[in-house]
Design a protein around this ligand. Structure first.
Ligand code: G1P
Length: 270
């Protein structure tokens, strides 16, 4: 069982302006709860009891208050949410590195807060079940347009069921340079050795310390495998994605999904 999860949730949320001028991206509501709650719930479903949330200065207290102020949220009674502040935005790899002390030498789940699984579409729990001592990164076969928006791995051999050896990785290579179509979709299970790799990494693409570069080095030394997912994630980091995610989640909601689907059919798709 992997007991700890890290959710990098710092970042200015510029693609969600003006919603994020004052409200942190992690607290933007999706259906009836803030974005960060989906991440914590997903981590809890995968077995985590400690969730470290990487936040911008000033945001940690708000996040903790959300999870504690009126008592624990249903289903999260046994989960502790721990904020860790990233003082300066130096990239995703640097954000993960700030969690080092709190992770305290344990393997950990890592999930990007901008992405939410479809209802019933969890993969982190299956990755936790498949963990055998090597870091494991979630992959999905990408179409051309995504090869410049996602990290892409170098496959290191034949797949064994959903698990494929990883020999390296490239951040946002684009169609021409992509070593495969298998993209990193924001769900990871790392052994603590990733911190040693991140610590020594020079800035990569965009001048940022890239998590993908750490995966590249782990892969090159035979210390990383991929888990190919059969579903995509909803992207709430931009206005259209937020609306689409809201629609998918609301339409599947047992409390009002049926009424919402009828509303959509009547109003928009007659
Ligand atoms: C980040 C990672 C990238 C990954 C993507 C998944 O990019 O750097 O490797 O494929 O998340 O969403 P970002 O979306 O922050 O640009």
């Amino acid at each position: 069982m992997i007991e700890v999860a890290v959710i990098p949730a710092a970042g200015k949320g510029t693609r969600l302006r003006p919603a994020t001028r004052v409200v942190p991206k992690a607290l933007v509501p999706v259906v009836d709860r803030p974005a960060i709650q989906y991440g914590v719930e997903e981590a809890a479903r995968a077995g985590a009891t400690e969730v470290i949330v990487i936040v911008d200065p000033g945001v940690g207290e708000l996040v903790v208050r959300h999870f504690t102020e009126e008592g624990p949220l249903p289903g999260l009674e046994h989960v502790e949410v721990i904020p860790v502040v990233q003082e300066e935005a130096r990239g995703l790899g640097d954000a993960v590195l700030t969690a080092r002390e709190a992770v305290d030498g344990r393997p950990f789940l890592c999930l990007l807060a901008d992405n939410i699984p479809r209802p019933g579409g969890d993969v982190l729990d299956r990755m936790a079940a498949a963990f055998d001592g090597l870091s494991l990164v979630c992959l999905r076969t990408l179409t051309d347009e995504f090869l410049s928006r996602y990290g892409v791995i170098v496959p290191g051999g034949e797949p064994d069921g959903p698990v494929v050896p990883v020999a390296g990785a490239v951040e946002k290579p684009g169609v021409e340079a992509a070593p495969s179509r298998l993209g990193l979709i924001g769900r990871y299970l790392f052994t603590p050795e990733v911190f040693d790799v991140l610590e020594d990494l020079p800035p990569g693409v965009g001048g940022e310390v890239q998590l993908t570069d750490a995966i590249d080095l782990l892969g090159r030394s035979g210390r990383c495998a991929g888990y190919v997912a059969d579903t995509d994630l909803l992207d709430i980091g931009n206005p259209l994605g937020l609306v689409e995610a809201t629609t998918v989640l609301a339409a599947a909601d047992p409390r009002f999904g049926e009424r919402y689907r009828a509303f959509l059919a009547e109003e928009w798709c007659p």
